[in-house]
Design a protein around this ligand. Structure first.
Ligand code: GTP
Ligand code: MG
Ligand code: ZN
Length: 345
């Protein structure tokens, strides 16, 4: 994702005064980070802390994280230097403290889901997940592009995605919305993607509970589709804040601001994450993007040109499949759109 003027922040022309102000802010931030590290080191040195133990990061709040011990106790922790990128789902070594513990090391991840922040920097969202639940709803209006971008991201990191249609109560009362949703989703079961239907208002979440059992999953998707409402329905004790859609645009109001991990009574762990507006994939290579489209895979390597981009080249196996109706126009449009947004190869 880019800044509003479509240029990376660093390439924007800054006045001298702006540069000075940005330099000042960076300095202050560095000083704060130093102070934070010093506090963590001091606590370690004085021996105010309990013995080292392994734990699970359940949330990241500003400069601290919440860590859960293997016995289920949760505590806010400072971070030792160079541990800034910790996210929900990370396994760490930490020490209990009074009132705050300290994280001393990060353990290896077996998976990580990342997305670009507003400044175009790639940021981890959650670690060690093995299922991505892409939540959509009739309102706010779903977008095929966003669905395909999430599916590509999931394919590339090798985490199984599932599409979840929430707010089915709205579909029951509106035939037009139901038709639009059916049209939008028709292609995905053919590609082998699972689709679940829920309403956090009406309940009936057993199929979702089954899907979440024995896994670590993350809810992702646009703001306002009902991710936090679903967590509350599955685990009332979570008591997450839920936000109305905006009256004027029927869009979500970005209520959840940090990813948080919960253990469900029915089994499995679930991470609620903040809704997004766009999902930039510019950081990927074109080869990764083409691999991210499941239906392309058997055809890759069968084009005339070895470096075929499947855009207009003669003898392109993907474009032939498109003409023959074996690849959907809409999926192809998503592919073109993602490729057009990639950074120069
Ligand atoms: N009709 C209906 N409304 C729902 C349902 N689930 C959630 N909502 C409403 O949708 C709005 C947004 O819900 P949230 O749970 O805050 O959505 P979110 O996806 O967590 O949004 P962010 O935290 O901003 O990403 C709220 O007004 C909810 O009451 C549902 O199943 N049916
Ligand atoms: Mg939320
Ligand atoms: Zn081709």
């Amino acid at each position: 994702m880019r800044c509003h003027n479509n240029k990376p922040m660093s390439k924007r022309k800054l006045s001298r005064q702006q540069s000075w102000r940005i330099g000042k802010i960076r300095e202050q931030r560095a000083r704060r980070a130093d102070r934070r590290d010093a506090m963590a080191e001091q606590a370690l040195a004085i021996g105010e802390l309990g013995p080292e133990q392994q734990g699970l990061v359940t949330a990241h709040f500003g400069t601290q994280v919440e860590v859960e011990s293997d016995s289920g106790k949760r505590q806010r922790c400072h971070l030792r230097a160079n541990l800034e990128g910790l996210v929900a789902g990370d396994r760490v070594v930490w020490c209990e403290g009074e009132p705050t513990g300290v994280v001393v090391a990060q353990l290896a991840r077996h998976s990580v889901l990342s997305r670009p922040d507003p400044y175009g920097k790639l940021k981890a969202v959650a670690a060690n997940i093995n299922q991505i639940i892409l939540v959509i709803a009739p309102l706010p209006e779903p977008h095929a592009q966003l669905i395909d971008r999430y599916l590509v991201a999931a394919e590339v990191v090798g985490i199984e995605p599932v599409i979840l249609v929430n707010k089915t109560d709205l579909l029951a009362e509106n035939r037009e919305l139901r038709q639009q949703m059916d049209d939008l989703l028709a292609i995905y079961p053919q590609l082998g993607y699972g689709i679940l239907h829920t309403s956090s208002l009406l309940g009936g979440l057993d199929e979702l509970r089954d899907t979440l059992r024995e896994r670590t999953s993350i809810f992702v998707g646009q703001s306002g589709v009902g991710k936090s409402s679903l967590v509350n329905a599955l685990l009332p004790a979570a008591d997450l804040r839920v936000g109305e859609l905006s009256d004027s645009s029927s869009k979500g109001t970005h209520t959840t601001t940090t990813a948080q991990l919960f253990h469900l009574p029915s089994g499995g762990s679930l991470i609620d994450s903040p809704g997004i507006r766009k999902f930039g994939l510019w950081h990927m290579s074109r080869e990764q993007v083409e691999q991210g489209f499941r239906e392309f895979r058997p055809l890759l390597g069968h084009c005339w040109f070895r470096d075929c981009q499947h855009l207009q080249e003669p003898g392109c196996a993907i474009l032939e499949a498109l003409l023959a109706g074996a690849i959907s126009e809409r999926r192809m449009a998503s592919y073109r759109n993602i490729v057009a947004g990639l950074e120069a190869p």
